[in-house]
Design a protein around this ligand. Structure first.
Ligand SMILES: Nc1ncnc2c1ncn2[C@@H]1O[C@H](COP(=O)(O)OP(=O)(O)O)[C@@H](O)[C@H]1O
Ligand SMILES: [Mg+2]
Length: 301
């Protein structure tokens, strides 16, 4: 499996510095590596130029992308441009979208994840009461707000956490902050999720957001390929036991390579927090990229 990384925005011959460590590790482990230039894809809308540094394969070849998040539209363009070179991304555009947008996979994970509702921005713009209606069903319980892909977790109090869903003024304020801060980057619409008290670890040393006992698992073909604590160092052996009870649903997710994030409920069991496409999910801060690629190599055999 060839791995293609985002190249530097300033020099398409170099890997983006945020992925340099991963690129070096993948190469060291014998993966064939390549580069894709996102400026051509996203800004100039020239997908054929974005992939021009990759050779046409004589036979159909699978490739895996590691780089910045792409909208499903941009991913679709990249998929097509690569396919015209006989290079096939590990996930089809449909599979990418399935894990990238929470509403797409919610039905599959809903027994294991906080209750969630969503409203597209187009609906909110057309109907001023749409947010009120969406949050009403949470009563006066705490909720969090995010878009179809991302939250503003590091602006926790200002733009993520809402202590009382019935406090209309406060809901309005946090939603307003979230929409303003996401700006052009806002993905499709708003998702409101029941807030669950998670097992507390510490506060983030830069943003002050509360950090909980959370794990990120990279799944390949329905099986865990790489497991890492999300916020802290070390191993969480207790989690590895808990993970076995999620392997059945892991196989029903419509994606070859994706992440499943978990959190431990205070005094309770583990839940699924969110899914992501494995190609654009970051390695947690304390994860070792060499081990990640070693385990990926084993899982790909
Ligand atoms: N329903 C929830 N209840 C409690 N905490 C949550 C909930 N959803 C998210 N969080 C906290 O907020 C963080 C960010 O949420 P997440 O859905 O992972 O968004 P992002 O895509 O920005 O990472 C999580 O890592 C977790 O600590
Ligand atoms: Mg997350």
């Amino acid at each position: 499996m060839k791995i293609i990384f985002s190249s530097s925005p300033l020099d398409e011959k170099k890997v983006d510095e945020s992925y340099e460590q991963e690129y070096v590790c993948a190469k060291e482990l014998g993966f064939e590596v390549g580069l894709v230039h996102l400026e051509e894809l996203i800004v100039n809308k020239r997908p054929e130029l974005a992939v021009r540094r990759l050779k046409h394969a004589t036979e159909r070849e699978d490739v895996l992308y590691r780089g910045w998040m792409l909208t499903p539209e941009a991913y679709g363009l990249l998929y097509k441009a690569l396919a015209s070179k006989n290079l096939y991304l590990i996930n089809t555009p449909e599979q990418y979208k399935h894990c990238h947008y929470l509403p797409e996979s919610y039905d599959v994970i809903k027994g294991y994840t906080p209750h969630s509702v969503w409203v597209p921005m187009s609906v909110i713009q057309a109907s001023p009461d749409a947010v009120k209606e969406a949050t009403r069903q949470f009563g006066n319980r705490p909720i969090i707000v995010k878009d179809y892909v991302k939250s503003r977790k590091h602006e926790w109090k200002e733009a993520c956490y809402i202590p009382d869903a019935a406090d209309e003024e406060h809901v309005k304020q946090v939603v307003h902050n979230f929409v303003r801060l996401q700006g052009e980057e806002l993905n499709v619409g708003l998702v409101f999720r029941e807030y669950v008290q998670l097992e507390f670890l510490s506060y983030h040393d830069q943003s002050g957001m509360p950090l909980s006992r959370e794990m990120r698992v990279f799944m390949l073909d329905g099986k865990p390929a790489y497991i890492s604590n999300y916020w802290d160092e070390g191993q969480d052996e207790a989690f590895r036991d808990a993970l076995t009870s999620f392997l059945d649903i892991a196989q029903t997710i419509q994606s070859r390579f994706y992440t499943m994030d978990f959190a431990k409920v205070e005094g309770g069991s583990w839940i699924v927090l969110e899914l992501g496409d494995g190609q654009v999910a970051g390695l947690p801060d304390y994860a070792d990229p060499l081990t990640f690629y070693e385990q990926l190599k084993i899982a790909l055999v």
